[in-house]
Design a protein around this ligand. Structure first.
Ligand SMILES: Nc1ncnc2c1ncn2[C@@H]1O[C@H](COP(=O)(O)OP(=O)(O)OP(=O)(O)O)[C@@H](O)[C@H]1O
Ligand SMILES: [Mg+2]
Length: 219
């Protein structure tokens, strides 16, 4: 099972969500992470995690599509792979999109996000034409103002494209995401009762339902 967090636009929360989704799924499943970002954010978070005495995630760094291809060919069916793709367009990031079972694209609710999504949509259109399969990414609103209720403009744009499917869950802007990094924690590990934890749990529940993940380990 390959789940890729992808958007060619930088700073939308790919690494943050990839890391939190991976740690949440790793509670009950075999999870591995692939870091395709040149900044290696997830790798750095995971190193802090190890230094703080927590069990780190298995994180792999690949810089060539061939290495990624070999890795996917040898992985077993039980493993869930979370790919953090870089915030830029490249053949490696495109390859990850093509082989994924589920793609997640974080965007904020600001109107300017539509410009970034338009560019991303053109990449998905191109890849769909090349592969003959209509590629759909699951768009999640991230870093939204905790008090904002209406997201009409960005939602209308997302709903108007056959390459985007709007997720029901939403990740609000919460300081816990930055604060948890100092420990290499997910937001749930930082505070299991916080709003960010509730939102993360709902989000991962939706991912599991849509991808068809049944937890391997029970409580
Ligand atoms: N839901 C959230 N609430 C608050 N801050 C967030 C949230 N999601 C992400 N952030 C913050 O936004 C910043 C950018 O996030 P992140 O590094 O995950 O983005 P990215 O898409 O991976 O960027 P790049 O394209 O450069 O790799 C970070 O400082 C992160 O802590
Ligand atoms: Mg990143």
């Amino acid at each position: 099972m390959i789940i890729t967090i992808s958007h060619q636009k930088g700073g939308v929360g790919k690494s943050t969500l990839a890391y939190n989704i991976a740690l949440e799924l790793a509670r009950k499943n075999n999870v591995e992470v692939i870091d395709l970002d040149v900044q290696q954010t997830v790798t750095a978070y995971n190193q802090i995690r190890e230094e703080m005495g927590q069990t780190p995630l298995p994180v792999h760094i690949f810089t060539m599509a061939e290495e990624l291809e070999n890795y996917f060919e040898s992985m077993d069916d039980e493993t869930i792979v979370i790919v953090d793709s870089g915030g830029f367009d490249s053949s490696l990031n495109r390859f990850a999109i093509l082989v994924s079972d589920f793609i997640i694209t974080p965007v904020s609710s600001e109107f300017t996000e539509i410009l970034g999504l338009q560019k991303y949509e053109s990449i998905l259109r191109e890849l769909s034409e090349q592969s003959g399969v209509s590629i759909v990414t699951n768009v999640v609103l991230n870093k939204t103002n905790p008090n904002q209720k209406k997201f009409d403009e960005v939602n209308a744009f997302i709903n108007s494209s056959k390459h985007f499917s709007l997720m029901d869950s939403m990740m609000r802007r919460r300081v816990d995401f930055a604060n948890s990094v100092a420990y290499g924690f997910s937001v749930r590990e930082l505070d299991k009762k916080s709003e960010s934890t509730k939102e993360l749990k709902e989000f991962v529940k939706e991912i599991k339902r849509k991808v068809g993940i049944n937890d391997k380990k029970k409580d």
